[in-house]
Design a binder for this molecule. Structure first.
Ligand code: NDP
Length: 448
């Protein structure tokens, strides 16, 4: 519950104006609750209506996306781009293609992105976009035609110094390739207007791995500094089996952890001997298949219907890497009962507010998404630098920079939590550290 009268009033007004946007309101409330001590010490923020301005996107675009399937049938989807805040740099944030996409989800993701991008230390504003289009079960031709139609409208609003989208759920290398091709065709410009590009047309080495690897670099530093411990020897559960999950498993294994479970939206696999990542990559990255296939191919493993049950598996580290609100209070209770010591969010807002409060009340190390999964956008920022310089860096160089950024994000959050008198509260620390830079820039730039 908010105590600060200014924050309370702005939140009530935000609710009144966005009453059906539950995910967006959930994200705003979490940030506001964390900022209470900071806002109380900075009256200039109220005097300049910073919070009122922060919760209203600078621009919210919705548009029609018309495309034709392989049978000649015409479909219409809705496209979105939320250009939330450009105080510290050009708009930056991914595109999500998933049937659940709506204005609330795009706005929650865009809002989170503002603080995440600030934490990276790079000059990146916050944005998000996408569509309720479902790439699952579509042919390459159908996905290409959808992407071309989507970009035909989006190209008017983006640019390498204005707004630089990237991937997210349902948008990987294939989709970015089609989107980039259409942008280039329409604008006649070869620029770094998208990140996550293929390596032969301006992509960065280590971008594919970045969010998952970054999550583990953050987790390792958190364990080292707050528990004098490490990932080595731990049993780990990772939800999801997409881009973030796969590379989280890869790095966790390299650091000496044993990942025993992964999932997709239909269910989870449990392999007590440790997940064979090459089998998962073959199923998910090559065949675009379902995770249940794993149990047919790996003796001793099993598939269980329903993805939420994954949190019943005993583990010491839990890494939710699928989607928002996938880990609720009941799951949090089960994890704590089974001895979890650390939870680090690879997905955006995967834990409900009740689950986060339960972890914190039980002294579990908790790494919030906007800090722990910032490695993806940080490496996108590095891709932008390479594109501007017309140059490309080796894998190890990008990976080193990524590790450095993640360690730095942990310390920014940890230091800010201590300054606020809440040592170890990385939710508060990440929100305050991300917000400080953005609000300072907004105050300096005059009314907008
Ligand atoms: P992918 O599309 O590559 O993978 C998503 C995974 O999550 C799939 O296994 C998918 O299963 C599962 N999933 C999606 N929706 C649901 C749902 N409603 N219930 C259960 N499982 C679901 O996406 P990413 O790995 O890129 O993204 C995963 C999360 O990480 C998202 O929250 C995203 O916002 C966040 N993120 C991603 C970054 C990136 O660089 N890609 C950067 C920072 C955050 P299925 O195939 O069955 O749908």
């Amino acid at each position: 519950m908010l105590q600060n009268s200014y924050l309370k009033e702005v939140f009530q007004d935000t609710v009144a104006r966005n009453s059906d946007q539950t995910e967006f309101l959930q994200a705003v409330l979490e940030v506001f609750e964390s900022l209470e001590p900071y806002i109380a010490r900075h009256p200039e923020l109220q005097a300049n209506a910073i919070m009122e301005r922060l919760v209203e996107p600078e621009r919210m675009l919705t548009f029609r996306v018309t495309w034709e399937d392989d049978n000649g049938k015409i479909h219409v989807n809705r496209g979105y781009r939320c250009q939330f805040n450009s105080a510290i740099g050009p708009y930056k944030g991914g595109l999500r293609f998933h049937p659940s996409v709506n204005a609330s989800i795009i706005k929650f993701l865009g809002f989170e992105q503002i603080f995440k991008n600030s934490l990276t230390g790079l000059p990146l504003g916050g944005a998000k976009g996408g569509s309720n289009f479902d790439p699952k079960g579509k042919s390459d031709g159908e996905v290409m035609r959808f992407c071309q139609s989507f970009m035909t409208e989006l190209q008017r609003h983006i640019g390498s110094n204005c707004d630089v989208p990237a991937g997210d759920i349902g948008v990987g290398g294939r989709e970015i390739g089609y989107l980039f091709g259409q942008y280039k065709r329409l604008c006649n410009r070869f620029t770094g207007v998208l990140t996550g590009k293929g390596l032969v047309f301006g992509g960065s080495l280590a971008r594919t791995e970045a969010t998952g690897y970054g999550l583990l670099y953050f987790t390792e530093e958190m364990l080292r500094c707050l528990r004098q411990d490490s990932v080595a020897g731990k049993t780990i559960v990772v939800s999801g089996s997409g881009n973030v999950a796969i590379y989280a498993v890869e790095k966790a294994t390299q650091l000496g952890g044993k990942v025993v479970a992964m999932s997709d939206s239909q269910g989870y696999i449990w392999d007590e001997d440790g997940i064979k990542l090459n089998v998962v990559k073959q199923i998910k990255e090559v065949e675009r298949g379902r995770i249940r296939e794993y149990a047919k191919r790996v003796p001793g493993s099993r598939f269980v219907d329903g993805c939420r049950g994954i949190w019943r598996i005993p583990c010491q580290i839990a890494l939710p890497c699928a989607t928002q609100n996938e880990l609720d209070l009941e799951s949090a209770r089960m994890l704590v009962k089974n001895g979890v010591i650390a939870v680090a969010e690879g997905a955006n807002m995967p834990s409900t507010a009740e689950a986060v409060a339960f972890f914190q009340a039980n002294n579990i190390l908790f790494a919030p998404a906007k800090a722990a999964n910032a490695g993806g956008v940080a490496t996108s920022g590095l891709e932008m630098s390479q594109n501007s310089m017309r140059s490309s860096w080796e894998f190890d160089e990008v990976d080193d920079k990524l590790r450095h950024i993640m360690v730095n994000i942990f310390h920014q959050a940890d230091d800010a939590a201590k300054e606020c008198g809440h040592p170890g509260d990385l939710v508060m620390g990440a929100n305050v550290a991300g917000f400080k830079k953005v609000s300072t820039a907004m105050l300096s730039e005059g009314l907008f």
